[in-house]
Design a protein around this ligand. Structure first.
Ligand code: IPE
Ligand code: IPE
Ligand code: MG
Length: 263
């Protein structure tokens, strides 16, 4: 097994994904394997959040977005939902000073009005306290649904058209993206999903059009900073074609290399 430092040497620091998104799945199965209550899996999972945020920040990743709770997750048993909300509350309360000290900018995306007023207050406080930081932006998706986000964006566009702030003809993909919760952020380059499920579960549907996927069997509470590096190394070996042919990419690289030689 490679150590963190060995793996770190294999990471090309000039070709880091600007935005890494993670579907943190498998807490319940982790607990079940140990005959523990599901909430114990969530507790362990929140410790892993801390370690991965630190790793991303040390590496210099611009954006790390973490899917923590979906709108559909509200349909889980009441005790589990309550325990998750308490954990999130505790995470923000306990971790925020440390995060802010490390230069992290923290924001939350999702249907925030469905959260409790105390949690909303805490979210707004952490966002304000970290907004002038210049380090990694950590975006936590909470009560989030990609379809909901798109519908809300459509409603906001219609509103602006009706108020004549924009014309229908001006609406294009870039303009539309500016109405999403992720306004101003680059699309994810890499999406990690733990615990082997090969699905998107309503996460960033618009934004992941050309995102590279890394699906691992590892359950989220067992995910390590070493595996985070492995996912980046795997990403860096891929050829992202964006609909073009492989040969086109090679000639593009050659001509940009030519440019830099002539400079
Ligand atoms: C991910 O773990 C955390 C949330 C969805 C809140 P799960 O709780 O979904 O764990 P599994 O999928 O049941 O193992
Ligand atoms: C996706 O996991 C949501 C989060 C990780 C927060 P789920 O466990 O809710 O997804 P499904 O139900 O297996 O698709
Ligand atoms: Mg799950």
């Amino acid at each position: 097994m490679s150590t963190y430092n060995e793996l770190l040497k294999k990471v090309d620091k000039k070709n880091l994904p600007a935005h890494v998104a993670i579907i943190m799945d498998g807490n319940g199965r982790w607990a079940k394997k140990r005959h523990l209550a599901r909430v114990k899996g969530h507790e362990q999972g929140s410790k892993v959040v801390k370690s991965i945020v630190e790793t991303a920040s040390n590496l210099g990743i611009d954006v790390l977005s973490l899917y923590a709770f979906s709108k559909e997750n509200w349909n889980r048993p009441r005790e589990e939902v309550d325990a998750l909300m308490q954990l999130l509350h505790r995470y923000l309360l306990v971790e925020s000073n440390n995060l802010i000290k490390n230069g992290v900018r923290l924001s939350i995306i999702g249907d925030l009005k469905s959260l409790s007023p105390t949690l909303r207050e805490l979210i707004s406080d952490v966002r304000i306290r970290s907004k002038n930081n210049t380090g990694t932006r950590v975006v936590i998706a909470l009560s989030y649904s990609g379809r909901y986000e798109i519908v809300e964006a459509v409603k906001a566009v219609i509103n602006d058209v009706q108020r004549k702030k924009i014309a229908v003809e001006d609406v294009n993909e870039d303009v539309f993206a500016g109405y999403l919760f992720t306004k101003g952020l680059p699309d994810p380059d890499l999406l990690i999903r733990t615990s082997a499920e090969k699905r998107i579960s309503n996460f960033m549907l618009w934004q992941i059009a050309y995102t590279e996927l890394y699906i691992t069997k590892t359950l989220w509470p067992d995910f390590t900073k070493e595996e985070f590096l492995k996912s980046i190394i795997s990403f860096q070996k891929r050829e992202r074609r964006f609909g073009m042919t492989g040969d086109q990419l090679i000639s593009q690289q050659d001509s940009s290399r030519g440019h830099s030689l002539n400079e």
